[in-house]
Design a protein around this ligand. Structure first.
Ligand code: INI
Length: 156
């Protein structure tokens, strides 16, 4: 007997996606958002099916993601933000809370809630991962959300 292999595709047609974006370090998070939107569009998600919620900073992302995820109006939530060590003394706490918070929202809602939050040592690293030679983490998080929605559907 052959095994059953289940995976998601990258077809975003008809998907309803919410994005939560931290305004802090907007210079970077705006680039991450643009990457995420470009990815969604290129994979067939319609603009009318995208909702962008802006929050003050990364710390506020989980609670906004939770509301969106539990509303059941969306198939996935993409979280976007940027935390830079050089600019904060509470870097460790903000990073730990945002990662823990986003993971816990995903588990509670049983919905793909993906992590497009940069946590970097300095601005240079952030720029690299927001559309320069390190790619764009916003794009990656958007693509992961499409794949996960499709995986869940294929598992049903
Ligand atoms: N928020 C960020 O998104 N990135 C940061 O680098 C950051 N720093 O440096 O402090 C940051 N702080 C704000 C925080 O997320 C909350 O918005 C704020 O503490 C109000 O709750």
């Amino acid at each position: 007997m052959s095994m059953r292999m289940v995976e998601g595709n990258l077809d975003g047609k008809g998907l309803r996606i919410a994005l939560v974006v931290g305004r802090f370090n907007d210079f970077i998070s705006q680039r991450l958002l643009e990457g995420a939107l470009d990815c969604l569009r290129r994979h067939g998600v319609a603009d009318k099916d995208m909702t962008v919620a802006r929050v003050p900073g990364a710390f506020e992302i989980p609670v906004a993601a939770r509301r969106l995820a539990l509303s059941r109006k969306f198939d996935a939530v993409v979280c976007i933000g940027c935390v830079i060590r050089g600019e904060t003394s509470h870097y460790e706490q903000v990073c730990a809370e945002v990662a823990r918070g986003i993971a816990s929202v995903a588990l509670e809602a049983g919905l793909p809630v993906t992590f497009g939050v940069l946590t970097t040592e300095n601005l240079h690293q952030a720029i690299e991962r927001a559309g320069a030679k390190g790619g764009n983490r916003g794009w990656d998080a958007a693509l992961a959300s499409i794949e996960m929605v499709s995986l869940f559907r294929n598992l049903e």
